[in-house]
Write a protein that binds this ligand. Structure first.
Ligand code: F0G
Length: 472
């Protein structure tokens, strides 16, 4: 392949297939060439001997003193030395990653953990309301280095909101988004429209939209910002750096994350593999990836069919057979957690590698469990969208199984803000049985055990006071 780099020209940051036996390397500006030549998932790799990685985590703490520097202010670029693929002047940031790790005792009790042991990493605090901004900032930075002018993604709603926001805020690219028909929550759709994205509603679901956007980007030379883009994942690594920072650089026992397209789980495993390599940590946390039962490809393949990374030699026939079965039965992803309503996760193989790095497990949770967990997260004072609560529901399962101990230090990633999907929240808390049945009953949700129901009162002071005395 003519665009492959020879040994002597390989830069300190380069692209390579995730498969260890494929050694061709490409420079970072050859993303399209690498994708075409390799037809594999690609990593951004660093020759750390030729770079300046941090000598200790204290280096990052010193950066807090320089909050007037836009890179130091960003929760992503504060860690630039761990994702050094672009020079500082090319970095695109709008202040993403100002997110916090919260101790969550209400939720800890709900899942059967000791006080002080469960933490929620609240990525809903990002500018567009989800963790996607971590990765979008990195993809935009890369796009900026190659002067891309148009960017596209398929989305269940958050990637598109984030892309649309970065385009609107920076005017660096035009956003083109592909969404499945009727598959995206109103909160997320409203963001893309408000930010002015060209919005293509495909007659199909996310998996269809993903297949089409890849073809369109290839044929039209448009920059693809889905998490198959390896620069996205570089940005998402920083979620883990912030978790470690908040724990005073103590590695937790567990990181628990919802699994959709499997970008986060892939990024987290890479982050820990690199920190281990650099000697900044001496062990990786265990990783739990939580699927919804109605979109459980990762769970089915790993826990039931024995698929694993196997040191870079996964048995791909297992995947092909499963996808052929999905096609033959016409089964489509189906869950109230629309953000993770995905049957063909593009980062499947990278996620397998993370599971190996982090001695991971995969679980599935029902929509009932997800919504109950979501109500508990809300009652604890943070609030998240349904997909995010899969992480908490997953911990509850793993506690019941005894896989997680009550005294373990556990971090759940709350991937998206509560206001992203009010339809599901209101249907859970409603007194209107028809609304409940229509939105949730159709998903197999039977109860709303933690509902906080509005009290209907006459427009009358005495009656209102009576109601407050009765319920307040
Ligand atoms: N949680 C939320 C709120 C999401 O929006 C997504 C993915 C996930 C979890 C799953 O993360 O893909 O890293 O496993 N949303 C994508 C989108 C697919 O288009 O917004 P993952």
């Amino acid at each position: 392949m003519s665009s492959t780099l020879s040994k002597s020209t390989t830069p300190a940051t380069f692209l390579r297939s995730i498969f260890p036996d494929r050694t061709e390397t490409f420079s970072c500006d050859q993303l399209d060439a690498a994708g075409t030549a390799l037809d594999d998932l690609i990593d951004v790799e660093y020759d750390w001997n030729r770079l300046e990685p941090p000598a200790s985590f204290a280096d990052f703490e010193n950066r807090w003193a320089h909050r007037d520097d836009r890179l130091a202010f960003s929760g992503v670029w504060r860690f630039h030395s761990l994702l050094p693929f672009a020079p500082p002047e090319k970095v695109v940031t709008i202040g993403e990653g100002q997110t916090l790790l919260h101790r969550a005792d209400t939720v800890a009790r709900y899942v059967g953990m000791n006080d002080g042991c469960l933490h929620l990493q609240y990525e809903g605090m990002n500018p567009s309301g989800s963790f996607k901004d971590n990765g979008m900032s990195a993809a935009f930075t890369h796009a900026n280095t190659i002067d891309a002018t148009r960017a596209a993604c398929a989305s269940t709603g958050n990637t598109s909101a984030s892309l649309a926001m970065y385009c609107a805020a920076t005017k660096k690219m035009r956003a083109i988004i592909f969404i499945g028909s009727g598959k995206i929550s109103k909160g997320k759709l409203s963001q893309a429209l408000d930010f002015g994205a060209l919005t293509m509603q495909i007659a199909g679901d996310f998996d269809d939209a993903m297949a089409r956007v890849r073809e369109v980007c290839r044929d039209m030379g448009i920059y693809l910002v889905n998490s198959v883009n390896p620069f996205r994942l570089e940005g998402q690594k920083t979620i883990m750096y912030r978790v470690l920072e908040a724990l005073r650089w103590r590695v937790p026992d567990w990181i628990v994350v919802p699994g959709g397209n499997l970008g986060n789980s892939s990024a987290f495993g890479k982050a820990f593999a690199e920190l281990l390599h650099l000697g900044l940590i001496d062990r990786a946390p265990r990783l739990a990836v939580i699927n919804a039962t109605g979109a459980n490809t990762l769970y089915e393949l790993t826990e039931n069919r024995g698929l694993c990374w196997n040191g870079g030699q996964p048995d791909l026939a297992i995947v092909d057979k499963y996808y052929a079965e999905l096609d033959a039965s016409g089964r489509r992803a189906d869950t109230i957690a629309s953000a993770i309503e995905i049957n063909r996760p593009v980062n499947l193989l990278k996620c397998l590698r993370s599971l190996e790095t982090c001695n991971g497990v995969v679980r599935e949770t029902t929509d009932q469990e997800i919504l109950d967990a979501k109500a508990q997260v809300g009652a604890g004072g943070l609030g998240c969208e349904p997909a995010s609560a899969a992480s908490v529901a997953g911990v509850k399962r793993l506690r019941t199984e005894g896989v997680i101990a009550p005294s373990d230090t556990v971090v759940c990633i709350l991937t998206g803000h509560q206001l992203k999907d009010p339809t599901a929240t209101i249907a859970y808390h409603t007194t209107d049985q028809d609304e409940f049945d229509q939105v949730l009953g159709s998903r197999g949700v039977r109860r709303a055990s933690y509902a906080n129901r509005a009290i209907a009162v006459p427009n009358d002071l005495t009656e209102i006071i009576k109601a407050i005395q009765l319920y307040g």
